[in-house]
Write a protein that binds this ligand. Structure first.
Ligand code: UFG
Length: 332
């Protein structure tokens, strides 16, 4: 049955960027929330104060939360660095696939049959065409994407065999901030937070990874989606999950922006010159990734309202400039 008002939701990885915003929105909408996070990459202060917090390994702490009248699980806890996954795939197969499989078994054992899973556009690899629909071939180009795709396949089989009701959401480039929560990673590799650190004078310049891509201005094109719109999709998914069914939805704005356009928007929003230099292409980057979110809009009733680039960057800047000064980032 779909998640009903006031139900208890377990949010794994709820101290991370996406997990903490979803936990905050769940709390605001009157759900009872328990966050599990080992704080290996998340921040304790990102966990909403209204949520119960269990620090530690997901599999160690989940039984306690699942036994407490748990109605649904939002599973975010995962490793998510593409480069690291190429160098140390063991971390991704164990940390993402094995952990998720065991979490699903714990859910079964406790009779919890409602799951929202944090998946990724990396499942598709280099697309043959854009926008990318859910019917297109999945061909991940790195172990990170492969690990998330494998979990999707496990979920499908558990839905058919054991009556799990699940939704996998394949995010494109999530960005922006919501209230006191935004991108605040110890190891930052994402474009928008890095560009905004330049605007804060915490970095000297932004490196543009290639200006000779087959795109209108030669820099890579991505589909940016606002974190708050993304959170809405998770709640809609949990409310409409139905036992025995595994749905997969892409989540993006449907618009592509180049790295150059992102930097220009950051210049507009911050009023900073933001020096940029061209650097070699980054290994594994596809030229263009744009989502078709038609299925999420039609079937989930998802209605993104904040996913234009200017709003995304403005909200991210409000967060980054509040978060810190140069010293905050230099300590990292
Ligand atoms: N970029 C730069 N300079 C930087 C950082 C990024 O030019 O300092 C470029 C990248 O080359 C890319 C674009 O900015 O073209 C966006 O890069 P991000 O690292 O912000 O995001 P990605 O598109 O690489 O990654 C996203 C998700 C991943 C997911 C991947 C799927 O964040 O989790 O899409 O391809 F795996």
């Amino acid at each position: 049955m779909g998640l009903v008002e006031g139900g208890h939701v377990l949010v794994t990885g709820g101290a991370g960027y996406v997990g903490s915003v979803c936990a905050a929105v769940l709390c605001e909408q009157g759900y009872r929330v328990t966050v599990i996070d080992d704080l290996s990459t998340g921040n304790r202060e990102a966990v909403p104060s209204a949520a119960a917090f269990l620090e530690g390994d997901v599999l160690d702490r989940a039984p306690e939360a699942l036994a407490d009248d748990c109605a649904a699980v939002f599973h975010f806890a995962a490793k998510s660095l593409v480069g690291e996954s190429v160098e140390s795939p063991d971390i991704y197969w164990h940390g993402n696939v094995v952990t998720s499989l065991q979490l699903l078994d714990l859910m079964r054992a406790h009779g919890v049959d409602n799951l929202v899973f944090s998946s990724t556009a990396a499942c598709y690899g280099e697309p043959e065409e854009v926008p990318i629909t859910e019917e297109m071939p999945t061909a991940p180009t790195n172990p990170y994407g492969a690990s998330k795709l494998s979990i999707d396949q496990i979920i499908t089989s558990y839905a058919h065999a054991y009556g799990l009701g699940a939704t996998s959401l394949r995010y494109f480039n999530v960005a922006g901030a919501y209230g006191a929560t935004g991108e605040n990673r110890v190891v930052e590799t994402h474009l928008i937070p890095l560009v905004l650190q330049v605007a804060l004078d915490a970095r000297e310049q932004i490196m543009v990874f290639g200006d000779d891509w087959p795109t209108p201005d030669g820099t890579c094109v991505r589909d940016y989606i606002h974190i708050r719109d993304l959170a809405d999709a998770h709640l809609l998914a949990a409310r409409s999950n139905s036992p025995g069914t595994h749905r997969i939805f892409n989540l993006g704005s449907g618009d592509g922006y180049s790295v150059q356009q992102v930097i220009d928007t950051c210049r507009d929003v911050t009023g900073h010159a933001i020096p940029a230099v061209t650097a070699p292409r980054r290994a594994g980057d596809p030229a263009t990734l744009i989502a078709s979110s038609a299925r999420a809009i039609n079937e989930l009733g998802w209605a993104p309202t904040r996913s234009d680039l200017h709003t995304i960057v403005s909200d991210a800047w409000a967060f980054t400039s509040r978060l810190g000064d140069r010293a905050h980032f230099a300590r990292r």
